[in-house]
Design a protein around this ligand. Structure first.
Ligand SMILES: Nc1ncnc2c1ncn2[C@@H]1O[C@H](COP(=O)(O)OP(=O)(O)OP(=O)(O)O)[C@@H](O)[C@H]1O
Ligand code: NI
Length: 334
């Protein structure tokens, strides 16, 4: 804790939840291909607070993983990133993750203040080291006790004996849990978990989700990227719904699930087995040829001529934002 902090570090998680940790403003990512440009993230703005678990949901290819990689400076050379993503940290200067450069990201941010559970962990693990060695090295690099390896394994639902295996000896689900343990080892203030429950059976899915929730309850923040809307509902405080590179709705979890405002969010919820179990009609657009207006309009039952203009995110009664010319009335009173 520093004397300049207005909220004491030992404040309750509820109090900590008022501190902005990451402020993303106008983030854009474009990939240059030989004969086309892929617009993977467009004008994306959001704030994540300490103690908050934000779920990012949306159909395959809408830009969720690119968003994660942009925040960590992990995009390939054909990517151009614009906008800002300012990470605040008690007792340290804020860092703009978009403009600060690879050196700062590597030395001060990646795997320290911000941890990533990658979407395909099996390929991200060093093949010539056992899980125990990978974990012990990460712990030591961050000044933590190597003996914590077993505790971290148990935390993520891994049998400590499995830490003595090499990555190729791990099942997909085991590699997934090891990747989560590696991301947690430095005790990051922000954890970005990209589909962290892939390959896990239901009890381990719930175990992982509860682990992420507990991290937030002790003051860290988590971005959970997931296809699993039930998972988002179980643990997230807020949900950002992405469609074709943009956030189209960002609301409190209960409010979104009770009364979605964007027709796409509503269609996603209707696809759930315990609701209408009806897939979202039509296909998402190519990110190489996004329309100038609302990208969902061709699939949208509420579209009108107005939708040829791009809708901007606007506040929803009761909190949050929706980017739609014809949002579904949410019924909220204040
Ligand atoms: N290096 C790259 N070069 C060109 N296009 C890319 C590159 N990486 C990703 N893309 C494109 O960016 C878009 C967004 O990809 P992204 O991986 O973020 O989707 P996603 O929402 O994470 O999907 P999923 O749910 O399947 O993981 C896709 O159209 C993808 O093809
Ligand atoms: Ni992805």
């Amino acid at each position: 804790m520093t004397t300049t902090e207005s909220v004491p570090a030992e404040a309750s998680p509820r109090a900590a939840a008022s501190q902005p940790l990451l402020a993303v403003d106008g983030l854009g990512v474009e990939f240059q291909l030989r004969d086309a440009r892929v617009r993977a993230v467009s004008d994306l703005s959001l704030t994540i607070r300490a103690g908050e678990l934000l779920a990012v949901v949306g159909e395959s290819g809408c830009g969720k993983s690119v968003l994660a990689h942009a925040l960590l400076g992990l995009l390939p050379g054909n990517a151009t990133t614009t906008g800002h993503a300012v990470l605040h940290h008690p007792g340290a200067d804020p860092v703009d993750l978009v403009t600060c450069g690879q050196r700062q990201l590597a030395r001060r941010v990646r795997g320290r203040r911000v941890g990533l559970v990658p979407q395909s962990p099996a390929t991200a693990l060093n093949p010539v080291r056992t899980g125990r060695r990978l974990l012990a090295e990460t712990l030591r690099a961050h000044g933590r006790d190597r003996a914590d390896t077993d505790r971290l394994a148990v935390d993520v639902g891994l049998d400590p004996a499995d830490l003595d295996r090499y990555p190729h000896e791990l099942s997909g689900g085991m590699a997934q849990r090891l990747a989560t343990a590696l991301a947690l080892a430095p005790d990051p203030s922000l954890l970005i978990a990209d589909e962290p429950t892939t390959g896990l059976d239901r009890p381990l899915v719930d175990h992982t989700l509860d682990l992420l929730r507990r991290r937030c309850d002790t003051g860290a923040a988590v971005v959970l990227i997931t296809h699993d809307l039930a998972a988002a509902r179980r643990v997230a405080d807020t949900v950002a719904v992405m469609y074709a590179s943009r956030i189209v709705e960002h609301r409190d979890t209960d409010q979104l699930f009770t009364a979605p405002a964007h027709p796409y969010a509503s269609a996603l919820l209707d696809a759930l087995p315990d609701r209408a179990f009806r897939p979202v009609p039509g296909d998402p657009p190519m990110l190489t040829a996004l329309p100038p207006g609302c990208a969902f309009a061709p699939r949208c039952p509420r579209r009108t001529d107005t939708c040829v203009d791009r809708p901007q995110p606007t506040p929803v009664t009761g909190g949050g934002t929706v980017a739609c010319h014809h949002p579904i009335p949410t019924g909220a009173t204040t």
